[in-house]
Design a protein. Structure first.
Length: 162
């Protein structure tokens, strides 16, 4: 179990932390305006943040739940916080929360070349459902669509959420 707490995003300070992790992690980071719009629709949009002793927001996972489907939009950790199991804990927690809210399937897209993320998703039971040609820009790249069927994040693992 990694040394972190996983909680729903609350307030501007958390949003600042999410934007910082976005900027450190992606070529085309989501903007404050995009997140603000997302957060106006809290019945669909959910954001969990991972906190460590050093960081109020060490990482985050944002996802939608639409009817019985969970769509993971973004998951990222501060570079210095990667490789400690926090990304796995965040995803398990998000999948558990979505299952509690009625999600029966999880879907996401990932850059074809993003080996660390793809390994993580595979470990959590995702499988390849198809590809979207040239889905990403800067640089242009295919997206691999991954699905995961219903179930909790990992029945064998203790639930990481507080
Ligand atoms: C993808 C990402 C979220 C994974 O988060 P993470 O916290 O590094 O993931 P984990 O630590 O759970 O697992 C990653 C690796 O660390 C290893 N690990 C897990 N716990 C560990 C520990 N306590 N000590 C050392 N290594 C550990 C895992 O075995 C795994 O190794 P592997 O990739 O060789 O299989 C992170 O790399 C990231 O932020 N990437 C940039 C943004 C991104 O690409 N997001 C995905 C968009 S679709």
């Amino acid at each position: 179990m990694p040394d972190c707490r996983i909680e729903p995003l609350t307030g501007e300070r958390d949003l600042d932390g999410v934007l910082e992790v976005e900027a450190l992690s992606f070529n085309n980071p989501w903007t404050r305006e995009m997140y603000t719009r997302e957060l106006e629709n809290r019945s669909v949009c959910h954001i969990l943040v991972a906190r460590t002793t050093e960081w109020t927001v060490a990482g985050f996972c944002s996802f939608w739940i639409v009817t019985d489907e969970m769509h993971i939009n973004n998951v990222a950790l501060r570079p210095e916080c990667r490789g400690r199991g926090i990304g796995s804990a965040l995803l398990r927690c998000a999948i558990d929360e979505a299952a509690d809210l009625g999600a029966r399937r999880t879907i996401l897209e990932v850059r074809a070349s993003n080996a660390p993320a793809r390994r993580l998703y595979e470990r959590l039971g995702f499988y390849v459902a198809g590809t979207r040609r040239n889905y990403y820009t800067a640089p242009v790249e295919d997206a691999v669509m991954l699905w995961r069927d219903s179930g909790r994040g990992d029945p064998a693992a203790a639930r990481p959420c507080p």
